[in-house]
Ligand binder design. Structure first.
Ligand code: GLN
Length: 203
């Protein structure tokens, strides 16, 4: 079976492990470099990206993760995990680093305080197929993607309201990122898409 790790230093680890297991993957938390060596792919969950950044370095996972990502290991980042996979953060705090890998600029807490958390239907034909139902996306103090490089494929944009047009899901090679939290809705299609990416990368 595919072995998919969930970065387990902070954030909603358990929900991702549960979804990945239900899709037939061998899913485990990763908080040590040795555990990272044993997985085919990694999910970086939602949480708080400044804390996650500090803990990743404290657990001595920063360099090994960067190396595995550079070597082509598939990675999926949701929300704070998306921020961790971004090459650039808009108006970044001077002490916040990311793992990087995705050629994009993200803005943290982009949707503003009034609309802290919200849900919206997104069309994601690449992920769910041309005839697939929209994905119900749950955003929790989410980032959006402000700028992408040429190699980045946009998988979803907000379709209505004041944030319309903003990018909220992307893929570049073996890296996938969403502003929202598909692990909380019971709809496993985004994870299933990632599992297919992992399978293809291992083949
Ligand atoms: N606002 C958080 C951050 O900037 C992300 C929130 C989340 O992951 N749900 O890190």
């Amino acid at each position: 079976p595919l072995r998919i790790g969930v970065l387990a230093v902070q954030g909603d680890v358990r929900e991702h492990v549960h979804v990945l297991s239900s899709l037939g993957a061998e899913a485990t938390g990763v908080r040590r470099p040795r555990e990272l060596d044993e997985v085919d792919a990694i999910v970086i969950p939602g949480g708080e990206s400044t804390t996650m950044d500090k803990l990743v370095r404290a657990f001595e996972l920063y360099d090994p993760l960067r190396k595995r990502i550079a070597d082509g290991m598939p990675a999926y980042g949701s929300c704070a995990g998306m921020i961790m996979l971004a090459d650039r953060i808009a108006d970044a705090r001077p002490d916040q680093q990311t793992l990087g890998g995705l050629d994009m600029t993200v803005r943290r807490n982009a949707f503003g305080r009034q609309v802290d958390s919200f849900e919206e239907d997104l069309h994601m034909p690449e992920v769910v197929g041309a005839d697939g139902d929209p994905v119900r996306a749950v955003f929790i103090r989410a980032p959006w993607v402000e700028q992408v490089g040429e190699g980045v494929q946009v998988l979803a944009t907000v379709e209505s309201g004041p944030a319309a047009g903003h990018i909220v899901a992307v893929r570049q090679g073996n890296l996938l990122a969403t502003s929202f939290h598909p692990e909380v809705t019971g709809d496993h299609r985004v994870h299933d898409y990632f599992v297919q990416m992992v399978r293809a990368a291992r083949a």
